[in-house]
Design a protein around this ligand. Structure first.
Ligand code: NAI
Length: 249
């Protein structure tokens, strides 16, 4: 059966690594043309090479910079003549800090990238998504957007906020036929996951807290993102899809 995403155009932020990269590959397999963006330009061409389509453009984009968002989105729409799906994936994964030891600027940076960045890209793209034409947003929260964690207050604040922002968006855009959903990954094996950065013992501890006994793969999040964008999810709106292998707490 042909994919409902065949011939669609998706813009991905944070596409140079991890979940953003895996989602680019997945969407390309399903026939999407792609605008791949990231603040770090270096990994973008590697992602483009992994994709199963020639219909890819890459652009350096810092999502915390609203003007850059407008510019890159304008270039994308000029190039592809349409935009159907937006995957707001760019984000800074957490580092554990007690409240009184948060480095200067850390809180502001997480808010600017994880939260305001999602808003910036939404604001730049929204008017280009056609109403009642199966367009959608998928935004990335986290297990830490649903459950608290000590020494992760700043990150939790941004990821809880993403859920409130996205669910409100879903209510506003539903009447226009534009869906908004959220993925909430648990421990996913990407270069900046806190356990991965801390080393094998931390990975093992995290894995032991997961019912399936392992960290998730970026591709396993990408599968959920592609599902949420496609026709099979056309009555799913404002939902949080947990992808965490089963966590007890
Ligand atoms: P990653 O570090 O592999 O990829 C994140 C990408 O975002 C990087 O390429 C980075 O350059 C980019 N980025 C950072 N700041 C940016 C900015 N200002 N503008 C544009 N791009 C920027 O990390 P991963 O794990 O793939 O993270 C993707 C998203 O998933 C993030 O929002 C993260 O918080 C979220 N997440 C990850 C989990 C995990 O365990 N890996 C768990 C839950 C959520």
């Amino acid at each position: 059966m042909a994919s409902s995403l065949n011939g669609k155009v998706a813009l991905i932020t944070g596409a140079a690594s991890g979940i953003g990269r895996a989602t680019a590959v997945k969407l390309s397999k399903l026939g999407c043309a792609l605008a791949l963006t990231d603040v770090v330009e270096a990994g973008l061409s590697e992602t483009a090479e992994l994709c199963y389509t020639e219909k890819v453009i890459v652009a350096q984009l810092d999502v915390s910079n609203a003007e850059q968002c407008d510019l890159v989105v304008k270039e994308t729409v000029e190039y592809f003549k349409r935009l159907d799906h937006v995957f707001n994936c760019a984000g800074i994964n957490p580092t554990a800090y007690p409240i009184l030891e948060l480095p200067e600027g850390y809180f502001d940076k997480l808010v600017a990238v994880n939260l305001k960045g999602t808003y910036n890209v939404t604001r730049s793209t929204l008017s280009h998504l056609k109403e009642h034409a199966d367009c959608s947003f998928v935004n990335v929260s986290s297990i830490l957007g649903q459950r608290p964690s000590k020494e992760m207050a700043a990150y939790c604040a941004t990821k809880y906020a993403i859920i409130g922002f996205s669910k409100s968006m879903a209510l506003e855009l539903g009447p226009k036929g534009i869906r908004v959903n959220i993925v909430a990954p648990g421990f996913i094996d990407t270069p900046t996951n806190a356990s991965v950065k801390a080393g094998p013992e931390a990975v093992e501890r995290s894995a032991q807290s997961v019912s399936l006994g392992r960290l998730g793969q970026a591709e396993e999040v990408a599968n959920a993102v592609a599902f949420l964008m496609g026709d099979e999810a056309k009555y799913i709106n404002g939902s949080v899809v947990e992808i965490n292998g089963g966590l007890a707490y």
